[in-house]
Design a protein around this ligand. Structure first.
Ligand SMILES: Cc1ncc(COP(=O)(O)O)c(C=O)c1O
Length: 418
């Protein structure tokens, strides 16, 4: 579930339908499901994708690339299958892959030393990495602080762990954190702060002073950081622009870093990710991970070794290519009349829609964009606990070929103000 929308309000505690082998039916034919499962809903993005397919629309809703992954990954994965690497890998990850992850971290961030034997757990994507981390380190009743607008998985992850989400707003136009609001949200009830930098959906990249504040609060209240860095190499700030929280003084011993092959190497369907954390936390995450999934696909971990061994030039080129995609889409969006702040990182643009949709019905606008214009987006309400907060927003994604983005740009001209 790479893109699942969190609904703020619980939906009815049942789904209609006939009884089946796995469900109890009451007299009215309703099937009982868990209370937890009723606190979030199906993905609006999948809805958008279905609609996009039906209307032949360009899909700028879902965050997956429409271009090839580096050939090195495919060759290594194919060679592993040919060599009969078909059985379970070590549950917390093939040794060679863990060694390669640790080496790549050390090369990318000199001074950050990771022990592949005790500090890494390979998972089925960063999605599993986050839920395994939560289930391993958070207790029912704990509070988990997260920023809003949010990536939709964090709320359900928190609820599934029995904990309570505590939201802190990122303020437009630059999606800044109000230090007083963050201070007020973090207390002795807080178990963890979830960071995501570069950030989906806003494109914000956390600055040193913001991370220093997080470190100060984590130390004061003995809080952990779970940091989702899946867009680590996709930012437009130049070398050193992305600061891993685990390298910030005061956070080294209290951070779980979550990452994956998905975005950096354009293989979202491979489902290979990992956590990096101090040994005691890693031991707990490994236990939970074992019972959740046993392990990530063994031959694809061989592809992961090839990914980790790519030269530094790969990441420079990746950022440059994404910059070209961002500039193309942003140019088209500006001409169309949307207002937005160019993202500093990740591959999404959050647009204020007031100029083209004064009424402020983001869901209706997103539907109209698919059916009348042929471009799929995500309604802003998907990223807020209170849908009203996102009614003047829609999100465009640009992990696409330039030709795909040009086609979307052409279609968007039909929306341009006259
Ligand atoms: C911030 C963020 N984290 C995690 C994911 C999912 O990652 P994975 O495919 O590795 O599970 C996404 C995908 O859109 C994302 O945007």
């Amino acid at each position: 579930m790479s893109e699942q929308i969190t609904a703020p309000a619980p939906t009815p505690a049942s789904v209609s339908g006939e009884a089946n082998v796995s469900g109890e039916a009451n007299v009215s034919g309703e099937v009982r499901v868990s209370a937890k499962a009723t606190t979030f809903t199906e993905s609006v993005i999948r809805d958008m994708t279905r609609l996009a397919l039906a209307h032949g629309a360009v899909n700028l809703a879902q965050g997956f690339p429409d271009f090839s992954c580096p050939p090195e990954l495919k060759e290594a994965a194919k060679a592993a299958i040919d060599a009969d690497v078909n059985q379970y890998a070590i549950t917390w990850g093939a040794a060679e892959f863990r060694v390669a992850i640790a080496a790549k971290v050390g090369r990318t961030y000199p001074g950050w030393s990771v022990d592949p034997d005790t500090e890494i757990c390979v998972t089925c994507g960063s999605t599993e990495a986050m839920i395994a981390t939560m289930l391993a380190l958070v207790d029912p009743g704990d509070e988990v602080v997260m920023f809003e607008p949010f990536y939709e998985n964090y709320g359900p992850d928190t609820i599934l762990s029995g904990a309570r989400p505590r939201l802190v707003r990122l303020h437009p136009p630059d999606w800044s954190i109000d230090p007083d609001e963050l201070r007020a949200a973090v207390s002795d009830r807080t178990r963890a702060i979830i960071l995501n930098t570069p950030h989906n959906p806003t494109g914000k990249v956390l600055r040193r002073d913001e991370l220093d504040l997080v470190a100060e609060l984590c130390q004061r209240h003995d809080v952990l950081v779970f940091t989702d860095e899946i867009y680590e190499h996709i930012h437009y700030l130049g070398p050193g622009g992305h600061i891993p929280p685990a390298t910030v003084p005061g956070l080294e011993d209290r951070t779980v870093t979550i990452n994956a092959l998905s975005k950096t190497y354009a293989v979202t369907g491979w489902r290979v990710g990992w956590t990096i954390a101090p040994p005691a936390y890693t031991a707990a995450i490994r236990k939970v991970h074992d019972f959740l999934t046993v392990g990530a696909a063994a031959p694809l971990q061989a592809g992961g070794v090839a990914a980790m061994n790519l030269p530094a030039a790969y990441y420079g080129a990746l950022a440059e290519e994404y910059r070209a995609r961002r500039d193309l889409l942003c140019g088209a969006l500006a001409e169309t009349g949307f207002t937005f702040r160019e993202p500093d990182g990740a591959y999404y643009v959050m647009c204020d829609t007031r100029a083209v949709d004064p009424v402020g019905d983001d869901v209706a606008l997103a539907r109209r964009l698919v059916t009348d214009i042929g471009v799929a987006t995500v309604p802003g309400s998907s990223f807020f606990a209170d849908p009203a907060d996102g009614r003047h927003i829609i999100r465009f994604g640009f992990p696409k070929k330039l030709s795909t983005l040009r086609s979307a740009a052409d279609r968007l001209t039909r929306l341009a103000p006259s």
